[in-house]
Write a protein that binds this ligand. Structure first.
Ligand SMILES: NC(=O)c1ccc[n+]([C@@H]2O[C@H](COP(=O)([O-])OP(=O)(O)OC[C@H]3O[C@@H](n4cnc5c(N)ncnc54)[C@H](OP(=O)(O)O)[C@@H]3O)[C@@H](O)[C@H]2O)c1
Length: 374
């Protein structure tokens, strides 16, 4: 199969996609689009200065060094005009990394232009955007994939294999604890990112679905608040979430944004015959107890061999391969499945937000409106 002629939109997180497209022989980088000409200049070697925090600038410098090591970068067309990008006949696929509130509207336009679409998470920031995107995916014949890379990482794929093979008996509970430091400015305003669930916790809710494919939530309880003085966000900086699923499984998710501790994520799966407890240190690892004598099995991804990015984005490289696989398979059902799962993830995020804001349990039926009801 010919290389997939690919464009990337957005140049903050989008820079990681630029590197990945350059590094993956199944893709060819043909264009990059972002609003500011200054950022396009970075790709030509101009100094990458702006008001981002130091840790982020170091991360970006490393990515730019990696991108510039590929001579093909010089051949990519650089543009600030998204319409012009959509009009380029030699662009087969577009990878979107704009601010959260633009993900769904731009994804609709990519699909309507007849291109394959790799959209960043979250699926959308409200129901209207989400329903419009689901319809656009259904109407298009193109590939569609969402940026939920963790489900492609070896550590979660192995946990899923253990579940599927019956090592845990019947899964009954899922849990995830995230403690992390401040968010970047483009994610710490409610109006830009949509808040904690849409900006980030959607990843962990996606894994809850990965561990019980096809599960739908039935109701959600959540408590949270903006508790720490001088905190940098304008939405709850910590929360506790409880989710009940159609499968009978219950999930709990805790998050805080006022800490910066070594254990970024600690997670677990509890079954009737065993359990898994893991974290995302290095490239990810877990310990499993299972069987009649509850034997201990350890699993750790080899950090020297696994791609896990500069910020532990486990599975990022494999997600790009999954996009290429979907394009090559030409199986549109995969795109529709992805979008339906994305909409479900969006509804769960919105339900959790609503539960905190309105201090009550939110029922799935509240989202039973045109285009959303099953
Ligand atoms: N999967 C993951 O692990 C992961 C990690 C990080 C981010 N993300 C997702 O990736 C997306 C981008 O995140 P980010 O942190 O990079 O956001 P960001 O800091 O807001 O950057 C957005 C980028 O998009 C550009 N842009 C804005 N409007 C545009 C338009 N109309 N046309 C073309 N380009 C436009 C911006 O250009 P200017 O700066 O010139 O305005 C900027 O380069 C978000 O959806 C986020 O949720 C995913």
């Amino acid at each position: 199969m010919d290389r997939i002629r690919t464009a990337v939109v957005g140049l903050n997180h989008g820079l990681s996609h630029v590197v990945e497209v350059l590094a993956n022989p199944r893709f060819r980088l043909v264009a990059v689009c972002t609003r500011s000409p200054k950022k396009l200049g970075w790709l030509r070697g101009e100094p990458a200065l702006d008001g981002e925090p130091g840790w982020y600038r170091a991360h970006r410098t490393a990515l730019l060094d990696r991108a510039r090591a590929y001579p093909e970068l010089a051949e990519a067309r650089l543009t600030t005009d998204f319409d012009a990008l959509l009009g380029m006949p030699d662009v087969d696929a577009v990878i979107l990394a704009p601010p959260n509130h633009l993900n769904a509207p731009l994804a609709v336009r990519v699909l309507e232009a007849g291109k394959h679409c790799f959209a960043s998470k979250p699926f959308a920031v409200n129901v209207e955007q989400g329903v419009r995107l689901l319809r656009a995916v259904r109407a298009s014949r193109r590939a569609f994939i969402l940026g939920f890379e963790y489900r492609y990482s070896p550590v979660f794929a192995q946990a899923r294999r253990m579940i599927d093979a019956g090592y845990l008996g019947t899964v009954k509970q899922l849990w995830w604890n995230m403690t992390r430091g401040p968010l970047r400015a483009s994610h710490n305003r409610l109006e830009l990112s949509g808040g904690a669930y849409l900006a980030e916790c959607c990843h962990w809710l996606d894994l809850f679905e990965y561990f019980q494919p096809g599960a739908r939530f039935t109701r959600v309880a959540a408590f949270g608040g903006l508790d720490v003085p001088n905190t940098h966000v304008d939405f709850p900086d910590n929360g506790v979430t409880i989710i009940e699923y159609t499968t009978g499984v219950r999930g709990s998710l805790n998050f805080t944004y006022f800490t910066d501790q070594p254990e970024y994520n600690v997670w677990g799966v509890q079954g009737t015959g065993g359990k898994i407890r893991g974290d995302t240190e290095e490239a990810g690892r877990f310990v499993m107890f299972s069987g009649p004598t509850q034997d201990r099995t350890e699993f750790a991804v080899n950090p020297a061999r696994a791609y896990h990015g500069l910020h532990g984005h486990l599975g990022f490289d494999r997600l790009h391969d999954a996009f290429a696989d979907q394009i090559e398979a030409g199986d549109h059902a995969m795109a529709v499945d992805e979008a339906e799962r994305g909409l479900e993830n969006l509804l769960l995020c919105l339900a959790a937000d609503r539960a905190i804001l309105e201090r009550r349990i939110v029922q799935r039926e509240e989202f039973a409106m045109a285009g959303v009801a099953e």
